[in-house]
Design a protein around this ligand. Structure first.
Ligand SMILES: Cc1cc2nc3c(=O)[nH]c(=O)nc-3n(C[C@H](O)[C@H](O)[C@H](O)COP(=O)(O)O)c2cc1C
Length: 308
């Protein structure tokens, strides 16, 4: 079904502000009022958001995200109309937290995080992401156990020189690299998990969110990761702490049985696993970063074609 903006001609003032913001060139000013002139619409809601007269609606585009824990400030912040220092302070204060209080996170708060995730851009506005909430510690432990089972099998192969040789001959050196870089740490983590119930994977987090994307969407991985970035920041603002758990993503990438055991859809892939909880870490200041030296294209390009 094609979605198109619905324009109320009685309310449209003909200001035309909606026209340049439409990525599909679907609307035009005809005889003093805006009308639908094209047949394509990615339902981005830009026209609706730009209209001062509230004359446009796009089916399925919901302006109110319905947060439970956020008293949203409505109104659009124009570029420059935000405290950049505060924004950078938030960006720098978020940490990957590896120690959590055993205090449950209300599901409504986890749902707010998901809604924050959906504010991210997505390729062709597909919004074809999936968010699966693990709302308590036993669900997190279940995923931890499935991941441990995967890594037990992987470590058994990686420690065997014959498997490493065979893998190198037929599939490159990824098993050898894993053996050199991760085998020992993972082996210790598995022993601590099996023998003492110590959780070096989810760091004892009481909840988690899996962020996935539908296969066939234009950019499912990018969409899911951008949504995840928003979730990490939103969580910090809402008093929660998070940590991306790449080991689980890696396990799920190689073992499709894990997704089946969790009841996920066959057409989705998981791109981020986010541990969530009330953190038990205290910092005095933001962590530093390795310096970055951006380069300019003109310094590296063999040839730059400039057109007037
Ligand atoms: C793709 C990705 C996967 C990660 N996987 C893990 C993980 O499995 N376990 C973990 O403790 N931290 C993981 N992290 C967190 C990084 O170690 C962390 O972002 C980095 O050390 C910088 O610290 P900061 O997030 O506090 O700035 C991951 C981060 C990313 C981006």
């Amino acid at each position: 079904m094609t979605i198109l903006p619905r324009i109320n001609p009685e309310m449209c003032t003909g200001c035309g502000l909606c026209i340049p913001v439409c990525p599909d060139n679907t609307i035009a000013l005809i005889a003093g009022v805006v009308q639908v002139s094209g047949a394509r619409c990615m339902a981005c809601g830009h026209c609706q958001a730009a209209c001062p007269a509230m004359a446009i609606e796009v089916d399925g585009v919901c302006e109110d995200l319905g947060f439970s824990h956020i008293d949203e400030k409505t109104g659009w912040l124009a570029p420059g109309n935000i405290d950049a220092a505060e924004l950078v302070q938030l960006l720098r204060s978020r940490r990957s937290v590896r120690s959590y209080q055993q205090k449950p996170v209300p599901p409504s708060l986890l749902e707010d995080l998901v809604k924050i995730g959906t504010t991210a851009p997505s390729g062709t506005n597909s919004q074809a992401w999936t968010f699966t909430i693990l709302e308590n510690r036993s669900e997190v432990k279940l995923l931890g156990q499935l991941t441990a089972t995967f890594f037990h099998k992987l470590n058994k192969k990686a420690v065997n020189p014959l498997w490493r040789l065979a893998a190198r001959l037929f599939a490159g050196d990824s098993l050898g690299r894993y053996y050199r870089r991760h085998y020992q740490t993972v082996q210790k983590g598995l022993a601590d998990w099996d023998e003492r119930g110590e959780d070096h994977l989810f760091h004892g987090a009481p909840a988690a969110i899996l962020v996935g994307g539908r296969r066939g969407a234009s950019c499912p991985a990018e969409d899911a990761l951008l949504a995840s970035g928003n979730i990490l920041l939103g969580a910090h603002a809402l008093g929660l702490s998070t940590c991306l758990i790449g080991f689980v993503v890696e396990a799920m990438r190689h073992d499709s049985g894990m997704a089946r055991r969790l009841g996920l859809d066959p057409d989705e892939d998981i791109y981020a696993v986010i541990a969530v909880g009330y953190g038990a870490e205290i910092y005095q200041r933001p962590a530093g970063r390795k310096g970055v030296v951006p380069r300019y294209l003109k310094a590296v390009a063999r040839e730059i074609v400039t057109r007037g």
